[in-house]
Design a protein around this ligand. Structure first.
Ligand code: NAD
Length: 250
């Protein structure tokens, strides 16, 4: 039976999750793909259908009932899961654009809930389906490790996400479940366009990265596929940069 992946985080054809879904489908994986809302569905459904997804279901990660329905459908249709892809992040605009020192408790909590705790919730729900082991993969950014101008509140949020990856990897390793993050350099997606002066961040990345370019969706997909396959078998708790080398430049 083909390997099966749940992919959460496709908004459109620029999404990092779309690059990952495409790579997995190209390697023969079966897919379950979610869309965040009714408004997102017309953008996501055609992409999911293009890849022949077995399941296309709503999931706003704040909605516990939707998550329960999704995992009930996965259990019924597949009965097992080999990969969970979580490529979701959000911070309220005012909190994202202000100084971290000024961010509101609500904005901080919302950003942490949607960007970090949602990963914990999805991994917890996936665990019983991964009886034969599997990969849980999320998406981080260099702002977790150092100050990246205008990344603001998402710096601490991604730091928490990376620490969460390590904790979950430690807790689930004995069951053969590996937990990792990829960390792409800046890429032109819808979520990224919410960051102030993002075009300048892209230009800066192109000019300073050792490879003098941005990473591509295909490269994110190929790395995820590698991590999900035998090559990634001994990799857990890791944050893998896909950034044309940008992270080594101070
Ligand atoms: P994107 O806008 O294509 O994807 C973000 C996704 O998050 C969307 O599909 C959106 O529907 C989803 N989302 C937000 N709130 C949600 C909620 N409440 N419930 C369910 N889904 C929700 O942008 P992207 O850049 O592909 O983002 C994917 C991940 O990659 C994010 O974690 C982002 O922080 C990370 N990342 C992006 C970059 C970049 O430069 N684009 C770099 C490194 C990491």
């Amino acid at each position: 039976m083909a390997a099966r992946a749940l992919v959460v985080g496709i908004a459109n054809a620029d999404s990092i999750a779309w690059g990952i879904a495409r790579a997995l489908a190209g390697a023969g994986w079966r897919l379950a793909i979610t869309f965040q809302s009714e408004r997102a569905e017309p953008h996501v459904r055609p992409l999911a259908e293009e890849l022949g997804a077995d399941l296309i279901l709503p999931l706003d990660v704040r909605a516990a009932d939707q998550q329960a329905a999704l995992f009930a459908a996965l259990a019924e249709r597949w009965g097992g899961l080999e990969a969970l892809i979580h490529a979701v992040a959000f911070a309220p605009r005012d909190d994202l654009h202000g100084r971290v020192v000024d961010c509101s408790a609500e904005g901080f909590a919302t950003a942490m809930d949607i960007s970090v705790h949602s990963f914990i919730r999805l991994v917890r729900a996936a665990e019983p389906l991964m009886a034969a082991g599997g990969l849980c993969l999320t998406v981080s950014f260099e702002g977790a490790r150092r100050v990246v101008s205008t990344y603001n509140l998402m710096g601490p949020v991604k730091a928490a996400l990376e620490a969460t990856v390590r904790e979950l990897a430690s807790e689930l390793g004995a069951r053969g479940i590996r937990v990792n993050a990829i960390s792409p350099g800046p890429m032109p997606t819808r979520a990224a366009s919410g960051i102030a002066a993002f075009d300048a961040m892209l230009d800066d990345a192109r000019s300073r990265a050792p490879l003098r370019r941005l990473a591509t969706l295909d490269e994110c997909g190929a790395t995820a596929l590698f991590l999900a396959g035998p090559g990634g078998g001994a990799i857990t708790g890791a944050v893998i940069p896909i950034d044309a080398g940008l992270g080594i430049i101070g």
